[in-house]
Design a protein around this ligand. Structure first.
Ligand SMILES: [Zn+2]
Length: 482
């Protein structure tokens, strides 16, 4: 019997604000525990929340970029539950009237084998994050829990998808594509290790052809694409196994154990909270005027998918290049500036995809930290184009530019790297090499054409890579008489 998986995702993304959602405390990661706290974010009685305007703008930015309907009026609500990392006894979220509904995300056809697909969104709402509990010790006698409220009150958007995905891979591609857009919009920093982007997955299975949804389970707080894919794959397999053995799926929340590659039960529906939502009395309804929404729409940057398509059209780039160059907005900007300043988009693309991205990977840096500006790289491209230096020498020049900050033309002039492209300088070297290898000459004359490349290599070696390869080939042919 064949089954179909049905998957929906809920993604929590921290909004890139300097301060928290309802107070002026810093959102910076990595401060000593409880350094960034005040009466509002540790929930002292009588402290009143004041909504962060930038957080709202960022949430609206994400919503309009994802094609959602941003509601003129949305309402903050109290989600009541007790947990030590939630000192107020409730989380301020949005419930019945969220910031935005509808919209969706186009999955790129090139990513994996999933093909192009549109995944609808249910809603986007704003909420505050909770604090963090840190546990220590295992035996009852020395077990301790520490509480850090630095994260308490950090602004989040929760992005909820419709159950439109049908495989673990599709879900991973959705999460990846959404992350790319949020980072591109500078709404979120995409840092999953620090928890500023996390994902919950709702998974169920049903027999193929069935339209009714099966009982779902929720896998909480997965913080990598690979783990998400593995966790969902495991859940799908577990559901099918239970059903095939005549069992029934229990609706519950589960956690993924990455080391074991398995999910385990955290709490069942019977233990689930009744959140007793009600409108937050300390905050007025959130009003997004049409004017404010339009200002945000007007300021939206060109999105990765649009830019990818434009790179293919405008610069005649292969789709592979265009996809790689639009991974981040910084790289796309860098490539485009280099392409325009050099007037040679294909060369710009090769340099960025090759040396520039490699240097970033090696050093673990972002494009903004690459010390060669697009104009400087365009200068190097121009020198290669003119034939002043070979592409092999150009890579060394690039490395020198990287370390010294000097311009390509200066390095070539100062270090005498210009390509040797006059016959009078190359001819003596060619003759010397030919004289030194009579046996190779014999072989070439006997029809072993492959040996010719050996001689080219010897001449290039003698010129320290500066010989013009085309001219070297011509002169060698003339010298051998082939
Ligand atoms: Zn605070």
């Amino acid at each position: 019997m064949s089954y179909e998986a049905v998957i929906g995702l809920e993604i929590h993304a921290q909004l890139l604000t300097a301060t928290k959602i309802f107070c002026g405390c810093s959102t910076a990661f990595g401060a000593p525990p409880n350094a960034h706290t005040c009466p509002v974010c540790v929930g002292l009685p009588g402290a009143l929340p004041v909504l962060n305007r930038t957080a709202v703008d960022l949430a609206v930015t994400a919503a309009v970029a994802l094609g959602c309907d941003v509601h003129e009026r949305s309402v903050f609500a109290r989600k009541n539950y007790f947990y030590p990392d939630l000192p107020k006894g409730y989380q301020i979220s949005q419930y019945e009237q969220p910031l935005a509904t509808g919209g969706g995300l186009q999955l790129p056809g090139e990513a994996g084998s999933v093909g192009e697909k549109f995944v609808r969104l249910t809603r986007i709402h704003m909420e505050e994050d909770a604090g963090k509990s840190l546990h220590e010790g295992f035996a009852d006698s020395d077990r301790k829990t520490y509480l850090d409220y630095n994260r308490s009150g950090v602004p989040l958007v929760e992005i909820v998808s419709e159950p439109d995905m049908r495989s673990a891979e599709e879900a991973a591609v959705f999460f990846e594509t959404l992350r790319q857009i949020l980072v591109w919009l500078r709404v979120n920093d995409g840092n999953m290790d620090e928890g500023s982007l996390r994902c919950d997955a709702n998974v169920s299975v049903r027999r193929r052809g069935e339209t009714k949804l099966g009982t779902k389970t929720e896998v909480k707080n997965v913080n990598s694409f690979r783990y998400l894919e593995k966790a969902i794959q495991y859940e799908i397999g577990r559901h099918i196994d239970v059903l095939e053995h005549g069992g029934r799926i229990v609706q519950e929340t589960r956690l993924f154990d990455a080391a074991q590659g398995k999910t385990y039960s955290m709490r069942s529906k019977e233990e689930a909270h009744d959140y007793r939502y009600f409108p937050e009395p300390d905050l007025p309804p959130l009003v997004i005027t049409d004017e404010r929404r339009r200002t945000i729409v007007d300021a939206l940057p060109e999105l990765p998918e649009q830019r990818r398509r434009r790179f293919i059209e405008q610069y005649a780039l292969p789709p592979y290049d265009a996809a790689l160059l639009t991974q981040t907005r910084g790289v796309a900007d860098y490539f485009e500036a280099t392409a325009q300043q050099s007037g040679n988009p294909k060369a710009a693309s090769n340099w960025v995809m090759g040396e520039v991205l490699r240097s970033m990977k090696e050093r673990g840096i972002e494009i903004e930290a690459v010390p060669i500006a697009p104009a400087a790289l365009a200068g190097l491209i121009a020198i290669v184009e003119k034939g002043t230096i070979s592409s092999t020498v150009a890579k060394d020049v690039f490395a020198t530019m990287y370390d010294s900050g000097r311009a390509a033309a200066d390095i070539v002039a100062a270090d005498g790297l210009a390509q040797i492209s006059d016959s009078s300088s190359l001819e003596p070297i060619v003759h010397k090499i030919v004289r030194a290898h009579p046996e190779i000459l014999e072989e070439i004359r006997a029809g072993k054409d492959r040996k010719f490349q050996f001689l080219v290599g010897q001449v290039m070696k003698e010129t320290k890579g500066k010989g013009d390869p085309k001219l070297v080939t011509e002169l060698l042919k003339a010298a051998i008489g082939t």
